[in-house]
Ligand binder design. Structure first.
Ligand SMILES: Nc1ncnc2c1ncn2[C@@H]1O[C@H](COP(=O)(O)OP(=O)(O)O)[C@@H](O)[C@H]1O
Ligand SMILES: [Mg+2]
Length: 618
């Protein structure tokens, strides 16, 4: 710069200086004006703070509600029935992300929490869709807790679960010094603690209320103060049970120990009333799920070497790891060697397992059939019992009727017998009259008079014939009466023998009459005399007839003693009243037709004559 130019610049600065001061003043006034405007605006805002906050909250609520609705519409969701009983019962459930991607997800049905089932064990081949099913249910749990419609068929039931805990993936970290297995174990421990399956380290039980509260407060904070996270306000703050999702639990270590650990965890979780959805390849866990009624088992369908992603309830899927490896391009040499390495017993066990699983369904059907059959058999048995009872009652009635009829019949027979005996007496009387006319004289008359008198006056005290008839009649009736109360066979036997006895008597009488006619013509031995009528008596169903008497020897026949000798009670003479065994000779002098072993009519007439003539012993 030249001197001249420097002088001009200095002059200009001196001229502008006042203007600068003025500017400075103007800026100061402007700032003061701004401050005063801001202060007055602040005053306005402060006075309407509450109103504005309410507006923001309202807008947030609306925004969240619209966001839920929009999301629900995009995933074609429905509002399920929500309660707090830990029930999941959904049809045609689709994973929301697959639904958003419009990849036409395969829809599946799933059910947990009904009929005492608390856990669902998903089995099946790799890449079969197990994890997707499990995640679908987990996401539904979270969506329901946030009031977002879930993509499934209408009428679904999906209860409010809290907390929803998942162990999916791998927590392995170099920076955190965590291995794959220890990562799973840490999650497992947390799961057990938060579900109440174990008590905390200091021994106190899990404080579910506090945790539930914290979690909810966190969600509420995210949504804005006062925003409702769950629409179902009637559920209460601590309603619902935990939902635990574990993908291929127990992996990352030796399989047997891993499976045992997984099984123990599952048992503890369902015992704590948590709802559990897990995926597994462990045979031991599959078996446990089949055995334990608290678990349902399901398998992913695999058709013609490809997954269908369909979940089949009550089926157990195979892992088919080698098949999948082949499909994904593992060289056949490796696969062949792997197949060789599979121990025979494992192969057999796998085949057996498949067969058993198939049989489970068949057995279930059989059990149902058997139940139905048993019920039918029970009904039939009741019916048969009823029929049998009726038949027994009827049989009783019939037996009584029969017995009554038999008694009547015997009474009738008795009457006939009485008539018959009446006839016999009449014939005896007539015979006696004929004998009188045959012998003539007072001696016979006296004898006839004695015979017609009381039985005690009868020689040997034999019962008169009429009495014998009555005895037979009474005996018949007694047998009949008795038979009514005895069993049928005895009755029939007694009836037959009574009939036989009754039928014999008339014959006896007839034959006796003809015998009498012959005897009358016979010369009597000394000391013997003929009775006016035969004295008939019955002994052991045999009819005996006496036609003669020996003077001075009176007695009552009591039957035969040992050695076939007759016993007689003497009724006259010095030894009257005594029971004596009668020597055969004594009886031999008596005329007797028949004996107790032989039919009286069979005794041949020549023998009888010889006996009567005293030429032959009886
Ligand atoms: N329901 C489904 N609908 C459509 N694609 C599915 C379905 N389930 C699974 N897939 C497809 O199969 C893949 C493997 O599923 P994934 O659940 O991981 O199998 P897994 O757990 O049995 O090994 C998924 O990434 C997805 O592409
Ligand atoms: Mg998986």
């Amino acid at each position: 710069m030249t001197l001249k130019e420097a002088q001009n610049y200095a002059t200009l600065c001196l001229q502008l200086r006042p203007l600068g001061d003025e500017m400075e003043e103007l800026w100061g006034a402007l700032r003061a004006a701004e401050d005063s405007i801001l202060a007055s605006l602040l005053m306005h805002i402060r006075s309407s703070k509450e109103m504005m906050l309410r507006a923001v909250r309202g807008a947030t609520r609306l925004d969240v509600a619209f966001a839920r609705l929009k999301f629900g519409q995009e995933v074609k969701g429905v509002v399920p029935i929500v309660k707090d009983r830990g029930v999941i019962d959904v049809k045609s459930a689709r994973h929301p992300v697959l639904e958003l991607r419009r990849v036409r997800p395969v829809a599946n049905d799933a059910c947990v929490g009904r009929k005492g089932v608390r856990g669902l064990v998903i089995t099946g081949p790799n890449a079969g869709g197990k994890t997707v099913v499990m995640k679908t249910l987990g996401l539904f749990g979270l969506m329901v807790s946030m009031g977002i419609p879930i993509p499934c068929s209408p009428g679904a039931r999906f209860d409010f679960f809290t907390p929803v805990i998942a162990d999916i993936g791998d927590l392995q970290s170099v920076t955190g010094d965590l291995s794959t297995f220890s990562g799973h174990i840490l999650v497992a421990k947390e799961v057990l603690r938060r579900t109440g399956a174990i008590i905390s380290e200091d021994g106190s039980p899990r404080e579910k209320t506090e945790e539930g509260k914290d979690e909810r407060e966190r969600k509420e904070g995210a949504a804005g103060e006062g925003a409702e996270v769950v629409e179902a306000s009637d559920l209460g703050r601590d309603a619902g049970c935990p939902l635990v999702l574990m993908d291929e639990m127990g992996t990352g270590t030796e399989p047997h120990q891993g499976a045992a650990l997984a099984q123990a965890m599952l048992e503890a979780l369902v015992t704590a009333e948590a709802r559990v959805v897990v995926t597994t390849h462990f045979v031991q866990v599959k078996e446990m799920a089949l055995r334990d009624e608290r678990f349902a088992v399901a398998g992913m369908e695999w058709v013609k070497g490809r997954p269908t992603y369909r979940l089949k309830m009550n089926e157990v899927g195979e892992s088919l790891a080698l098949d999948l490896a082949g499909r994904l391009g593992v060289p056949s040499e490796i696969l062949d060697r792997a197949h060789d390495l599979l121990a025979d017993d494992i192969k057999r066990a796998t085949a057996l397992q498949a067969r058993l699983e198939k049989q489970v369904d068949e057995y279930n059907d059989l059990i149902q059939d058997a139940k139905r059959d048993r019920e039918a058999a029970e009904r039939l048995r009741n019916k048969l019992q009823e029929h049998r009872l009726r038949a027994e009652l009827r049989a009783d009635e019939l037996v009584k009727e029969l017995a009554k009829r038999q008694i009547e019949e015997f009474r009738e027979k008795g009457r006939e017998m009485d008539e018959l005996l009446e006839k016999l007496k009449k014939q005896e009387r007539e015979m006696a009259e004929r004998t009188e006319s045959f012998q003539g004289g007072g001696k016979v008359e006296g004898s006839a008079a004695r015979t017609r008198g009381s039985s005690s006056r009868n020689p040997f005290g034999f019962a008169p014939s009429a009495r014998g008839g009555l005895t037979a009649n009474k005996a018949g009736l007694e047998i009949a009466e008795k038979s009514a109360s005895q069993n049928r066979e005895e009755r029939l036997k007694a009836q037959a023998s009574a009939r036989q006895l009754l039928s014999k008597l008339p014959k006896e009488v007839e034959k006796f009459q003809s015998e009498m006619e012959k005897v009358k013509k016979t010369k009597l031995p000394p000391g013997w005399q003929l009775l006016k009528s035969g004295s008939m008596f019955m002994l052991r169903e045999t009819v005996f007839v006496m036609v003669g008497e020996h003077k001075g020897a009176m007695g009552k026949v009591h039957g035969r003693g040992l050695g076939g000798r007759w016993k007689v009670e003497l009724t006259s003479g010095k030894e009257a009243g005594k029971h004596v065994e009668v020597p055969p000779e004594f009886m031999a002098r008596k005329v007797k037709i028949g004996d107790e072993n032989k039919d009286p009519v069979d005794l041949d007439i020549e023998r009888k004559r010889a006996i009567m003539a005293g030429k032959r012993k009886f």
